[in-house]
Design a binder for this molecule. Structure first.
Ligand SMILES: Cc1cc2nc3c(=O)[nH]c(=O)nc-3n(C[C@H](O)[C@H](O)[C@H](O)COP(=O)(O)OP(=O)(O)OC[C@H]3O[C@@H](n4cnc5c(N)ncnc54)[C@H](O)[C@@H]3O)c2cc1C
Length: 401
């Protein structure tokens, strides 16, 4: 006999866990709540967890507001480092751009969090809700769609019935594959090399530097550390992964310069191949994709989870309305409305990020000149810059409530 739920979420990393928490706290005046099953292949504190690894990500100001609204920010704040200023520069060229929190009347332009610290916080919060059942470690093996429900079979053999299945299972989404939903995949032939770096200075500034190899970002973290994301060709990434710590720091210092003083220590290095992946559709009968399962973007503009969290918020809002009116969480109307509402933001962010990757990875001189003029224009004309800041702060789809 299958266990019965309203909603089953496959994948309990950033998108799946935040969605489960958003749904678990929704309640009707008569006390009715959603029953939620969350299926995750890896325990949250597992080393090398695919969703909660040593990556640090920048949360836009809008995402922080969204997490506040979900009641999650108080627990995450102590693990976060505010970004007071963003400095963008182009190695070997004269263009540059600075954005400060003061200019935009906010406390911080964004916050940097380490996913391996966020994971256990989110999972502790999940375990406090008696209307969430955690299936972990366990994985989705297969599912079958019936008119009024979906039956999922897990690797353990457990069977679950749900009225709605959410695929929050990342770029290689098993839910998306089971549904045979098309995927547009465009490899960038670039790898992101990430590592934590210790340095002399720690001014709370996020740096993004464009080099002829690709962008290099350093995000401020606590304990006088910076999180490095260095985009480069697969060959260079492999070579730099094999360097000694000292040789690696010497190359990084040469590429980045001395804005942070001497770079003194590097932690474990990890490499990610980069590609744009976009599901052709995000909904199917009683199924919906959110986060990286729906779209995976290049980290150049730090938009991935910020975009995924807007999926989560939009879906949670519609499911809350369904709860209040005691209607079907997997109805065609609800899913169609969700897909339509998310389409413009998805296509704008994926297209803009792709265009940025192409612009800033191109070593051709005319392009370099063009982008320097672009950066200078942004620096000199605050109206243009305001557009960029709005996007960086995650307000493009409207300032969060
Ligand atoms: C180098 C780098 C830097 C980045 N920087 C930023 C940034 O600054 N700002 C930003 O917003 N974003 C950034 N991102 C993107 C961000 O990290 C991702 O968008 C986000 O973490 C994706 O979360 P997710 O939950 O959608 O997917 P994932 O993290 O991929 O999680 C999927 C989860 O599903 C589970 N799973 C998979 N298959 C199954 C199955 N069959 N059964 C059960 N469970 C399953 C996995 O174990 C995993 O826990 C960056 C990404 C990279 C690579």
């Amino acid at each position: 006999m299958a266990e019965q739920y309203d909603i089953a979420i496959v994948g309990g990393a950033m998108a799946g866990a935040t969605l489960a928490l958003a749904l678990a706290s929704q309640r009707r005046p008569d006390g009715g709540r959603w029953s939620v099953a969350l299926i995750e292949a890896h325990p949250s504190a597992e080393p090398h967890h695919p969703g909660y690894d040593s990556r640090a990500i920048a949360l836009a100001e809008g995402s922080v507001r969204r997490l506040e609204r979900l009641g999650l920010w108080p627990a995450l704040r102590s693990h976060a480092q505010p970004i007071d200023q963003i400095q963008v520069s182009d190695r070997g060229h004269f263009g540059g751009l600075t954005m400060t929190a003061d200019e935009y009347g906010v406390d911080a332009l964004g916050q940097v969090v380490e996913l391996e610290r966020v994971g256990p916080v989110l999972w502790q919060a999940l375990s406090r809700h008696d209307n969430i059942t955690l299936y972990c470690p366990d994985g989705l093996a297969s599912f079958s769609q019936q008119q009024d429900r979906i039956t999922l079979t897990l690797n353990s053999g457990t069977r679950i019935d749900a009225r709605l299945v959410v695929g929050a299972d990342g770029t290689g989404s098993a839910v998306r594959q089971q549904l045979n939903l098309g995927l547009e995949r465009q490899p960038y032939h670039q790898h992101a090399l990430i590592a934590n770096i210790s340095c002399d200075d720690h001014p709370g500034i996020a740096f993004e530097r464009f080099t002829s190899e690709g962008p290099l970002a350093l995000l401020p973290m606590n304990d006088r550390r910076y999180s490095l994301v260095w985009v480069q060709s697969p060959g260079e990434a492999a070579r730099r992964m094999a360097l000694s710590d000292n040789a690696f720091l010497t190359e990084l210092q040469a590429a980045f310069g001395y804005r942070l003083g001497a770079l003194t220590k590097v932690g474990q290095r990890v490499e990610y191949p980069l590609a744009l992946c976009r599901a052709e559709r995000t909904t199917h009968h009683r199924c919906v994709l959110v986060g990286n399962a729906a779209q995976t973007v290049h980290p150049i503009a730090g938009q991935g989870f910020n975009l995924g969290l807007r999926d989560v918020e939009a879906l949670a809002d519609r499911l809350n309305a369904a709860l209040q009116s005691d209607s079907d969480p997997g109805s065609f109307a609800l899913l169609a409305e969700y897909a339509e509402a998310r389409a413009p933001d998805r296509s704008r962010v994926t297209a803009a990020t792709d265009a940025l990757v192409k612009l800033f990875s191109n070593p051709v001189r005319a392009m370099a000149l063009g982008r320097n003029l672009g950066l200078l224009t942004l620096a000199l004309f605050p109206d243009f810059k305001a557009g960029l800041a709005k996007s960086a702060m995650g307000w493009s789809g409207g300032r969060p409530r």
